[in-house]
Design a protein around this ligand. Structure first.
Ligand code: NAP
Length: 310
């Protein structure tokens, strides 16, 4: 594993992702100094209480002044605003990156604002939970998770190598991708599943003949697994939907066609079609487990009541 080191890293946004970065940077000794900036006084005060950085400020321009690496970890809809705030204060030669879940829109918002003498390398760690804020982060979040960089044409290879080394030191596996391809891939593996979860949980909470207490009481039958995704941060997911609109609409329309075909199989009692689909999907899960992206334990490896923790 190649280890890199920065004099100063500025973290703009200190929620789940920003605070996980702060923790792993400190643990792995990836910087001499961590400067933290966030929008609200309350979050900044909490970051300070948790001892996540070395310097704290509400002024993002002030935060980036001497930073060799700037990591923007805010909802994607706010990326342009942050780029405008920091642009004039960036140190020449600094690497500026982000962690946003959409890439085409973040590039369109940030690139025009940033000066030519910094290395802007958009990124996206495919690691997260349904929790948010500085308390939610943890240093192991990125271990064995993919981080996708979507560098623009002409980006300095040394800067890409340095950022790659940084994410590797955080425990990530690295890939590079074209930004629009990234957005299509993420639309199917992340954005669509979240929308389906938001929709099914919304439908269940709207059903009049099934009471809320029944939904909760019998949730372990399958519903519960959707509620984890549907508990994800509303601001983050609103922004993802608004900023990856085309790819999400394309995947939603394919999903709707396939759902209509499934509906037909159920209506006409086409057991062979149902069996074939369910066999194919089971193999997909096997592949995910074999790739180390899920544990091979029943019920998502959940601990049962009374079972000792390992
Ligand atoms: P989070 O826990 O909700 O934290 C968001 C941070 O951004 C907070 O510091 C917040 O500041 C700040 N912020 C919010 N709105 C802002 C605005 N309008 N202007 C400036 N700062 C603002 O979010 P997160 O989960 O870390 O997500 C951050 C980014 O990572 C998002 O772009 C998301 O798409 C991406 N991402 C998330 C996950 C995940 O699973 N959560 C995974 C991969 C990538 P205050 O608290 O001070 O208001």
């Amino acid at each position: 594993m190649s280890k890199v080191h920065f004099d100063t890293i500025a973290l703009i946004g200190i929620g789940l992702i920003g605070s996980s970065l702060a923790r792993v940077i400190k643990r792995e000794g990836l910087a001499d100094k961590i400067v933290i900036s966030t929008r609200s006084e309350a979050t900044l005060a909490r970051a300070k209480e948790l001892g996540l950085g070395d310097r704290y400020t509400l002024d993002s321009a002030e935060a980036v002044k001497n930073a060799d690496l700037v990591i923007v970890s805010v909802p994607v809809g706010s990326s342009g605003e942050i780029a405008r705030q920091i642009a004039a204060s960036l140190k020449p030669g600094a690497i500026v990156t982000d962690v946003g879940s959409t890439k085409g829109s973040v590039i369109a918002q940030m690139q025009p604002e940033l000066p030519a003498n910094v290395h802007f390398i958009p990124g996206h760690p495919l690691a997260g939970t349904e929790y948010s804020g500085p308390d939610a982060g943890f240093a192991d979040l990125f271990i064995n998770r993919w981080c996708i960089l979507t560098p623009l044409d002409g980006t300095d290879p040394d800067a890409i190598a340095k950022l790659t080394g940084f994410w590797e030191a955080c425990g990530s596996r690295l890939d590079t991708m074209d930004p629009l391809h990234h957005d299509r891939v993420l639309a199917i593996v992340s954005h669509l599943p979240h929308l389906i979860a938001y929709n099914i949980v919304g439908t269940a909470s709207d059903l009049e003949e099934v009471t809320n207490s029944e939904v909760i009481k019998y949730s372990a039958s399958g519903f519960r697994d959707f509620t984890r995704l549907a508990a994800s941060d509303p601001t983050m997911w609103r922004d993802v939907c608004l900023h990856n609109k085309d790819a999400i609409l394309e995947m939603l329309s394919r999903f709707s066609e396939d759902l209509a075909s499934l509906q037909r199989s159920v209506r006409w009692g086409d057991g062979d079609a149902l069996f074939d689909l369910f066999t194919r999907t089971r193999a997909v899960r096997r592949g995910i487990i074999d790739a180390g992206q899920e544990v091979d334990a029943p019920d998502f490896g959940r601990q049962k009541a009374g079972q000792p923790s390992k």
